[in-house]
Design a protein around this ligand. Structure first.
Ligand SMILES: NC(=O)c1ccc[n+]([C@@H]2O[C@H](COP(=O)([O-])OP(=O)(O)OC[C@H]3O[C@@H](n4cnc5c(N)ncnc54)[C@H](OP(=O)(O)O)[C@@H]3O)[C@@H](O)[C@H]2O)c1
Length: 253
């Protein structure tokens, strides 16, 4: 992974990336720590991975707090925010990255619970910690962002709709966030090679990744997409609060 943000540019800043035990979240939190930020690594199940990552980040000289919290559980979420308040005293960057909905054995409306309701709940729980000049970033996929105009694979459709519902609900909060001096950015990207979700979708729809790669010209890997998420937390807020990553021509973007 190459360094993306200026070393020291986030010194004294505090960042929470939800779902940062693995995948995009883990690389995003690493970019923040490399730039000097104190970070919170949040996970639901993968405690050893989260602890291992935090130990590596501490070697960079930053504070890394590990917080196991199921974001769909109000008590668990409140506990995490209380710990962050006690340890860090606030937050400057909140990345809403955690996502799901294709796990087996969950309630029928789990995708909506996690990708819409929990995103709002995290924002609400974090609001008292977010001061003026802080930034909230919501991470999504093109397949979700453009779901109202571009169909996706049937297995992903409930997730896509729930993530779009989460994005819409968060966007409705932009005026209130602006009043508090909190900025908001959505980052959307195509299928990412090597991720659990893309691998699963490709297994259910053989050739899906290859097809997307051909349509888009190229697909980003985890580190490359995470770099875009990290930059979205620090660069000026783009037009329409939206950072579209890679080619979106086949989505009408
Ligand atoms: N994968 C893609 O192809 C792709 C493409 C475009 C955009 N994105 C977006 O990028 C983001 C990250 O995707 P990813 O593929 O890196 O995800 P991932 O590998 O599936 O990781 C999901 C993360 O969310 C955590 N998580 C899941 N449910 C949770 C819950 N209820 N409470 C707290 N944490 C929870 C997981 O924790 P545990 O490890 O403990 O389970 C994990 O850290 C998502 O918003 C996704 O929509 C992904």
């Amino acid at each position: 992974m190459t360094q993306i943000l200026e070393p020291g540019s986030l010194s004294g800043r505090r960042a929470l990336v939800t779902g940062s035990s693995r995948g995009v979240g883990a690389d995003t939190v690493r970019y923040f720590a490399e730039a000097g930020a104190d970070v919170v690594v949040n996970f639901r199940n993968k405690a050893p991975r989260a602890e291992k990552l935090a130990a590596q980040l501490r070697e960079l000289g930053v504070r890394a707090l590990v917080q196991g919290a199921d974001l769909t559980d109000a008590e668990s979420l409140a506990g995490m925010m209380a710990e962050i308040q006690a340890e860090f005293g606030g937050l400057d960057i909140l990345v809403l990255n955690a996502s799901g909905g294709m796990e087996s054995g969950m309630a029928e409306d789990y995708a909506l619970q996690l990708n819409r309701d929990a995103q709002l709940a995290v924002l609400d729980a974090a609001l008292p910690l977010l001061g003026e000049g802080s930034r909230v970033v919501f991470v999504t996929s093109h397949q979700a962002h453009f779901i109202n105009t571009t169909p996706t694979m049937p297995e992903y459709e409930p997730v896509a709709r729930s993530k779009r519902a989460g994005e819409d609900a968060l966007r409705a909060r932009i005026p209130e966030l602006a009043e508090r001096g909190i900025e908001f950015v959505v980052v959307s990207g195509d299928m990412i090679e090597g991720t659990v979700t893309a691998t699963l979708l490709n297994r259910l729809n053989p050739g899906a990744i290859e097809e997307r790669r051909e349509q888009a010209g190229r697909l980003y890997n985890v580190a490359e997409f995470a770099a875009e998420v990290a930059l979205a937390a620090v660069e000026p807020v783009p037009e329409g609060h939206t950072r579209l990553v890679g080619d979106t021509s086949s989505f009408g973007g």
